[in-house]
Design a protein around this ligand. Structure first.
Ligand SMILES: [Mg+2]
Length: 258
């Protein structure tokens, strides 16, 4: 069983911090690969991730949750984790064109050039909040997540980074008490609304920090990106030799938190 299951956002989090801070974390994770399950949890698509992990010195993920929680693949061969992927497919039911049609006249939205198989993604301008479009998509039965005052994703109902990670942990029978989630913007919020320990890295956006107030299992690190993750690994003692993490975990209430 792994000592640490690190489920981390990429931009601003696992790719954040300065070069020295990134190198320090990556080197530790590579040295401890036998004790680690590494999961990338990102809004990025698989093409971006393939380029990223081809870079020398980059730790290799065991699993990838891409497209804001709507794609789940093995980190080595990118084969779908069907136990989770099929659940997401069923919830989306091939809705891309229906969403495009639904929001075609919403001129606050600009379609992103990337198209996930189970999401539709737009840009928006925070000076012109796309309130009507969000209401329309939600009324039609979809979830909507905005992030970084720039990105808007229309997602299958009940699917986001957090619920998908929870399914992955259950499906692969990973130990709850060894999971650390890490993020920096509002589309990471659902990661912190799980039963897992978490770290909001030092460069987190204010909207995320406001939203996680009162969540006891989330460490607010003073350090940016990778340095924040390293800080949280120490803070919670994941690699400490004789630490029993179990007693601090709240009882699982069986709910799928979002
Ligand atoms: Mg991020």
């Amino acid at each position: 069983m792994p000592q640490l299951v690190l489920a981390t956002d990429l931009d601003g989090t696992f790719l954040g911090g300065d070069e020295t801070q990134r190198r320090a974390l990556y080197d530790e994770l590579i040295a401890r690969a036998d004790e680690l399950t590494l999961i990338f949890v990102t809004g990025r698509d698989l093409g971006f991730i393939a380029d990223l992990i081809a870079q020398p010195g980059m730790p290799q993920p065991d699993l990838i949750i891409g497209d804001v929680g709507t794609t789940v693949v093995d980190g080595t061969d990118f084969s779908p984790v069907t136990a989770v992927q099929d659940w997401i497919d069923a919830r989306w039911d091939g809705a891309n064109q229906r969403v495009l049609d639904l929001l075609a006249d919403e001129d606050e939205l600009e379609l992103q050039p990337v198209m996930g198989e189970r999401r539709v993604s737009y840009f928006y301008d925070p000076a012109r909040p796309p309130t009507a479009a969000i209401d329309k998509a939600r009324a039609a039965g979809y979830d909507v997540v905005t992030s970084a005052d720039l990105y808007l994703d229309v997602l299958p109902k009940g699917i986001a980074k957090g619920p998908t990670l929870t399914r992955v942990v259950e499906s692969l029978e990973l130990p709850d008490e060894r999971v650390l989630v890490a993020g920096d913007t509002l589309n990471d919020l659902s990661l912190f609304q799980t039963r897992f320990r978490g770290v909001a890295v030092g460069n987190s956006e204010p909207a995320l920090l406001g939203a996680i107030e009162g969540l006891d299992l989330v460490h607010r690190s003073a350090h940016p990106g990778c340095a924040g993750i390293s800080d949280a690994i120490d803070h919670f003692g994941f690699f400490a030799p004789h630490l029993d993490l179990d007693p601090d975990l709240p009882a699982d209430d069986g709910q799928d938190h979002q």
